[in-house]
Design a protein around this ligand. Structure first.
Ligand SMILES: Cc1cc2nc3c(=O)[nH]c(=O)nc-3n(C[C@H](O)[C@H](O)[C@H](O)COP(=O)(O)O)c2cc1C
Length: 201
C-alpha cells in the first residue's frame, strides 16, 4: 500500500481551490495520506516529513503562467534538504482559464526540478477552468479525473490526464465575465475598478 504526502502550494492554501481538489483526491486514494499547506515558515519541517513516503502530490494553481512563488520557494528549500529516499512526484494543477494546456509550462517547471534533483515524475492532472468547475454541473468531470489520478498513483501506472469545462471559449468568457461582474457588484466594485492596478490594494 502506498503512502502519499500532499503539499498544497497555493498562496491562499487554507481557502484555496487546490484544497478542495486535494480533499477530493483523499476520498479516492486508498493508502496512508498526510496533507500539508506550504506556508512561508514550514519549508524545512515539510522537507523532514517527506521521508518514508512512496509518493508526493503537489496540488497548486497556475499563477502568471508558472508555479506560484509559494511552491517555488519550497522547492528551493527541498533542493537543499532532500529526503534520503526520494518519493515519486505527481502534480494536480488547476488554472483559471478554460484551456488545460495553459498549465503546460508550470508542469515543465516541476519536471525540470525532478530531472535536476533525481526525482521520478509520476502522474499529472491538468485542470482548465479550475476556479469555476467545482461549482458547476461539470464538477463530476473534475472528480472523475481526480479519481483516475488517485488510481494511477496507487497502481504505479503513472500517466498524464486533463479536464476542463466543455464550453466554447466564447461561452466561457461570457459566463466568467458575468460571474466576476456579479462578484464585484456584491463588494461595491465596478468593471472599471477591476481594470485598474488598485484592485490589488
Ligand atoms: C495572481 C494570480 C495569477 C494567476 N495567473 C493565472 C494564469 O496565468 N493563467 C490562468 O489560467 N489562471 C491564472 N490564475 C487563476 C488561478 O489559477 C485560479 O483562480 C485557481 O483556481 C486558483 O487556485 P487556488 O485557489 O488553489 O489558489 C491566477 C490567479 C491569481 C490570483
Amino acid at each position: 500500500m502506498g503512502k502519499i504526502i500532499i503539499c498544497n502550494g497555493s498562496p491562499r492554501a487554507p481557502k484555496s481551490n487546490s484544497k478542495r481538489y486535494a480533499e477530493i483526491f483523499t476520498q479516492y486514494y486508498k493508502g496512508e495520506i498526510q496533507y500539508h499547506n506550504i506556508t512561508k515558515n514550514n519549508h524545512k519541517e515539510l522537507c523532514g516529513k517527506i521521508e518514508g513516503h512512496s509518493d508526493i502530490l503537489f496540488v497548486f494553481p497556475l499563477y502568471a503562467d508558472g508555479i506560484p512563488v509559494t511552491l517555488l520557494n519550497f522547492l528551493k528549500t527541498l533542493e537543499e534538504n532532500p529526503p534520503q529516499n526520494k518519493p515519486i512526484v505527481s502534480i494536480l494543477i488547476n488554472c483559471g482559464f478554460l484551456e488545460f494546456q495553459q498549465n503546460d509550462v508550470a508542469v515543465q517547471m516541476i519536471a525540470l526540478f525532478c530531472k535536476q534533483n533525481g526525482y521520478q515524475l509520476g502522474s499529472v492532472l491538468k485542470i482548465g477552468s479550475g476556479e469555476a468547475i467545482l461549482d458547476t454541473p461539470f464538477a463530476f468531470l473534475a472528480k472523475r479525473k481526480i479519481k483516475k489520478l488517485a488510481h494511477t498513483i496507487m497502481s504505479q501506472k503513472y500517466t498524464t490526464l486533463h479536464t476542463a469545462m466543455p464550453l466554447t471559449k466564447k461561452l466561457f468568457i461570457k459566463a466568467s465575465t458575468n460571474y466576476w461582474l456579479t462578484c464585484g457588484k456584491k463588494h461595491g466594485i465596478t468593471k472599471e475598478d477591476m481594470q485598474t492596478m488598485q484592485i490589488e490594494s
